[in-house]
Design a binder for this molecule. Structure first.
Ligand code: KG4
Ligand code: ZN
Length: 341
């Protein structure tokens, strides 16, 4: 069995996975949404302090598995340095005291392996990774051969939901909240321009859309001076629905271009924002149109979790990809650099 730890952002999570049949034996996650919600985003130092409380609490529940552990795995890149450090310190201590090897896992590769929890991996595949920090298309033929072929020029898809939620005063994380508000709204109420619509390149951008939403909010606030700084629920829902519609339309439009040139036989979406219902259903349509198999992670494994880190670590364990305790360091590098390893 492998014990895996994830603390790259605001989720403290530990999992135990069986090496021979990939079976997930134990998995727990303590999220910090409530604590960061008042700030409208993750406060790194607060996140780090909360990890120091949550991780030992979860570890306590795993003690019965200690005699069966063959390795300790931990996310070491990319992420927030102060929070990565919490998981890495715990992993080092466990490896040393139990005298078992350490495995350093790339968080983005972990997201890709969230597709294969408790099962064998299926590659090659093309993946759209949509998380809080990344929006990119990755072509993966194996654990050691993953290439980023398209990325965002500015904000990420998930981040744009967080920023829209913040502008509307809806809390954090924005994705699930905006999605819920959008369900009661009219997606045609605002005509937000689809980003990079007339640009042939396969790349993404969300800062322009975010700005268009900001202007719409300002215009609505000005037009109702009797209730300053407050939008009605129906206006908020309409803004959320129109924004979500445009944000997804941008992804689908660029993916269509990608499908036309790359002809993937298997396509997947991973990352926290891959839980978005509109995105999932639009992608289902696109994959049907292009006769492509679509892989989706179960909803509980879309956002950050240690189960995906443990699943990825099994591949590394089988390759004896261990790291010396003294050279295991955190590395908040960009994803592109992280993939070049
Ligand atoms: O992968 P993840 O848990 O953390 C990172 O590695 O960043 O992704 C978190 C991101 C947040 O930006 C959150 O707002 C977004 O995923 N997200 C969503 C949805 N659920 C989570 N975005 C859009 N729609 C959702 N349903
Ligand atoms: Zn993530």
């Amino acid at each position: 069995m492998i014990l895996s730890i994830e603390s790259s952002c605001d989720d403290s999570s530990i999992a135990i996975t069986k090496i021979d049949d990939y079976k997930l034996i134990y998995h727990k996650k303590i999220s910090q949404d409530l604590e960061h919600s008042v700030y409208g985003g993750v406060v790194p130092e607060l996140a780090a302090r909360l990890h120091t409380e949550a991780l030992p609490k979860i570890l306590e529940e795993c003690k019965e598995y200690f005699p069966h552990l063959k390795a300790i795995a931990v996310t070491n890149e990319p992420g927030l340095s102060v929070t990565l450090l919490e998981g890495v310190m715990m992993a080092k201590a466990l490896s040393l005291s139990l005298n078992i090897p350490l495995i350093a896992v790339n968080h983005l590769k972990g997201h890709i392996y969230s597709l294969f929890i408790s099962q064998k991996a299926l590659m090659p595949l093309s993946v759209l990774l949509v998380s809080g920090g990344h929006t990119q298309i990755i072509e993966a033929t194996s654990l050691n051969n993953m290439k980023v072929v398209a990325r965002t020029q500015d904000d990420s898809f998930g981040e744009s939901f967080d920023k829209v939620a913040k502008m509307l005063g809806l809390g954090y994380p924005g994705g699930p909240i905006v999605q819920k508000m959008a369900q009661d709204g009219d997606a045609k109420a605002y005509d937000f321009p689809i980003p990079l619509k007339n640009i042939p390149n396969i790349e993404f951008s969300y800062s322009g859309l975010k700005n268009a939403v900001r202007l719409a909010i300002e215009t609505e606030l000005k037009s109702s001076p009797s209730v300053p700084q407050h939008l009605s629920t129906s206006v908020t829902s309409n803004i959320c629905a129109s924004f979500e519609h445009t944000a997804v339309a941008h992804l689908i439009q660029k993916l269509k271009k990608y499908f036309k040139v790359a002809h993937p036989s298997t396509f997947a979406i991973v990352g926290g924002a891959s839980a978005n219902i509109r995105l999932r259903s639009e992608l289902e349509k696109l994959c049907r149109e292009y006769d492509c198999k679509l892989l989706l992670s179960p909803l509980e494994f879309c956002s950050d979790n240690a189960a995906m880190i443990g699943r990825c670590a099994i591949e590394q364990y089988n390759q004896k990809d261990f790291i010396d305790i003294n050279s295991l360091d955190i590395s908040p590098r960009s994803s592109f650099e992280a993939f070049k390893k």
